[in-house]
Design a protein around this ligand. Sequence first.
Ligand SMILES: *[C@@H]1O[C@H](CO)[C@@H](O)[C@H](O)[C@H]1NC(C)=O
Ligand SMILES: *[C@@H]1O[C@H](CO)[C@@H](O)[C@H](O)[C@H]1NC(C)=O
Ligand SMILES: *[C@@H]1O[C@H](CO)[C@@H](O)[C@H](O)[C@H]1NC(C)=O
Length: 409
Amino acid sequence: SIGGQTFEVLLDTGSSDLWVASSNCTIQDCAKVPTFDTSDTVNLTLSGAAFHLGYLLGSVTGMIATDTVTLGSYEVSSQVLALANSTSGLDLSGTGYSGILGLTFPAEASIPGTYGQTFIDNVFASLDENDRFFAYKLGRNNSDSSFTIGQLDPTYANSSSNFTYIPVSSAGLSNGNYNFWKVPLEYITINSTRFDLSRSSVSGASTNIGILDTGTTLLLGPSADVARFWQSVGNARNTDSGWQVRCNRAAIVGFVLGDGDDQKEFVLDPTDVNWEPGTQQDGWCMGGIQANDGVFSGDWLLGDTFLRVGVLIIKLHNVYAAHHAATDSSPPKIGLLGLTDPTAALAQFRAVRGDDSTAPAEVHSRAPRSFTGADVCGIAVVCGFVFGVILSHLLHIWLAPRGRKRSKY
Ligand SMILES: *[C@@H]1O[C@H](CO)[C@@H](O)[C@H](O)[C@H]1NC(C)=O
Ligand SMILES: *[C@@H]1O[C@H](CO)[C@@H](O)[C@H](O)[C@H]1NC(C)=O
Ligand SMILES: *[C@@H]1O[C@H](CO)[C@@H](O)[C@H](O)[C@H]1NC(C)=O
């Protein structure tokens, strides 16, 4: 809640700012969601400074303010946030949320640090060093999802001992700086066969870099690798609305994350690789992995399609290291607990989608070529979230002929 008023916001690991649509927002998109009433709160202070966050598609404009913000049992009495006067291209009415709560590093914040810290940093400041983490599980429905701060959800894990920890990568940044929740992505597997990736477009990176982004619906990678991926899976085609695959095509796809000795494979449910029988058109389904050459700061955006593999703990041990002398001992890190059982997931997929008697996957080895990643997103452009919006539009087009509701978003 903000100033005692309750909202639903998108929890976005691909951006840093907290903003909510205000009652001054009179555009149609704001009319369909609860908005913040500036006259119905006692602690509000308006800074008078403008806020603008530009997206690849769409934007949000408003004013920087502070008010009391609570989330679960945590309360921050003077939290900086933005009150949005206007949004465009964000489809609030379609998704039902009134704003976004960003959960990545302050380096990506549009609200200057001089106005105050991000919400998650303020909460972390009140916790013991070892409890400075948030954990989440993205389910297929509300009853199978979870978000906690400072403690694990016992439904999914009682201790962090089974998690694989991956230090956050600062590739492309000067040493010790962090912007997104980036992890080394070594290679992909398709039905247990290794699928190598083209060279990273991130300067100085020795592996591909994946950005963990809850604000992105699908998994996005460089177009050349994604094309080779679908050619390897087979029974796939590229269309105006992205890659499609025959709905009964089952592929067990793994992402191998981490550096050196700490590599671990995380396996996707075939249902996340080959999306939703309900969205099919003449037996073609939407691919859960799509091409995008505009990924900023990394090579792959590991969106919800990937993040459903299990439970994640995101720890900010020394997020303040850039501002304070080295008082803390370890870099930020991400703990991943894979929950997908490939055998059970495949059986379930087959039961729903039916058998596929065509030729098995034939993994295409890497064609040597130099990679050119276009940095179409500039500084402070939150690409992760934007891609989510683009793909939700894309999915909308895809769903429209079937007249289905976009209940997922
Ligand atoms: C937002 O709307 C309020 C009230 O109409 C106005 O005072 C303020 O200047 C606007 N801010 C921006 C940045 O447009
Ligand atoms: C965690 O502990 C509780 C209480 O003992 C138990 O009910 C729950 O199943 C445990 N969770 C896991 C993931 O093992
Ligand atoms: C992948 O392996 C599974 C299990 O053997 C099989 O059912 C499926 O058809 C394979 N998929 C492809 C694309 O080869």
